[in-house]
Ligand binder design. Structure first.
Ligand SMILES: C[S@@+](CC[C@H](N)C(=O)[O-])C[C@H]1O[C@@H](n2cnc3c(N)ncnc32)[C@H](O)[C@@H]1O
Length: 287
């Protein structure tokens, strides 16, 4: 089952105000991530960077342990869905919020002809990504904020984010920046957690909200990071709401495909090329 784009309404922004708590059933109002103690987008962003920097040494171990290695399947499945771009000679690909690089490595495996760049604002995460990079499969790693990318408009054929978009301090600004750096015809893929329903959801919730934060705290030594994870997923817009925000940004053919009972899922969207109306000779001469 996958969800397709629905009609769009005007987005509501919270410029210059403290990050609000979501109203029940109205995560449309959520501007972005809000780790404990954050009062605005800037402090939210700083807290997110400090948190990932502090857990960087244990990040990979905990990722694979807490997901029972299913994270590897999710990265691979995401990369495979963009094989038509990755296999193109000279395709330019950006993996945003790349962390220690596993999404970028999965992309590299699907396309040796593509130029792949990984970007993250945590230096400590990037150091690990670089250390894991093999000489024969080059990936450029750059330290950059996903909300202020150092790339000109229309640079990339594909932009991916794995478990990073949810951590952005402003989701609409993130979508706009992704849209800006995509070439016309380019695509984006946002892989992130979701909240599964039914019996699976109930069982998973016990694990995700009670067991996972305890193991995370024990191994990473960080009190907040693994309590923030379920809280951030709860706060994150539903698939239908994020698709609506993507449509407002300008993405077309947007969809969401659930992975593993909807524990995670892949959002896809396309920057459809626009035909710029050309002036006819008559138009020009009449000016
Ligand atoms: C949960 S990790 C995901 C890492 C990797 N993509 C993966 O799948 O394992 C989230 C990453 O997003 C990065 N991040 C969060 N907000 C960011 C921003 N505004 N700009 C750049 N990186 C950001 C964090 O530093 C962290 O490395």
């Amino acid at each position: 089952m996958s969800l397709k784009a629905r009609s769009s309404r005007r987005s509501r922004r919270f410029e210059g105000r403290p990050v609000p708590d979501p109203l029940p059933g109205d995560s449309q109002r959520v501007r972005g991530a809000a780790p404990e103690g954050a009062t605005d987008a800037e402090s939210a962003s700083r807290a997110v960077r400090e948190m990932f920097t502090s857990i960087a040494p244990r990040y990979d171990l905990l990722n694979h342990l807490l997901s029972a290695n299913i994270d590897k399947l999710w990265w691979r499945r995401t990369a495979r869905s963009f094989r038509h771009i990755l296999s193109r000679e000279g395709a330019r690909v950006l993996d945003l919020c790349c962390g220690t690089g596993d999404m970028a490595f999965a992309l590299r495996k699907q396309g040796s002809a593509a130029t792949i760049t990984g970007a993250d604002f945590s230096h400590a995460m990037l150091v690990r990504a670089r250390a894991k990079t093999s000489a024969g499969s080059p990936i450029a790693w750059i330290e950059s904020d996903a909300l202020r990318l150092p790339f000109p408009d229309a640079t990339f054929d594909l932009v991916t984010l794995a478990f990073g978009f949810r951590n952005l301090a402003d989701y609409d600004a993130g979508l706009e920046e992704i849209f800006r750096v995509l070439r016309p015809g380019g695509e984006c893929g946002i892989l992130d957690f979701s909240e599964p329903g039914g019996i699976v959801g109930k069982v998973y919730n016990v694990y995700f909200k009670s067991v996972l934060p305890r193991i995370g705290k024990l191994i990473s030594g960080n009190n907040g990071a693994y309590a923030y994870l379920p809280a951030s997923v709860k706060r994150f817009p539903s698939p239908a709401q994020l698709i609506e925000r993507m449509a407002k940004t300008g993405f077309e053919e947007s969809s969401w495909t659930p992975y593993t009972f909807g524990i995670a899922g892949l959002f896809r969207g396309k920057k459809v090329p626009r035909n710029v109306p050309s002036l006819s000779i008559r138009d020009v001469s009449s000016r």
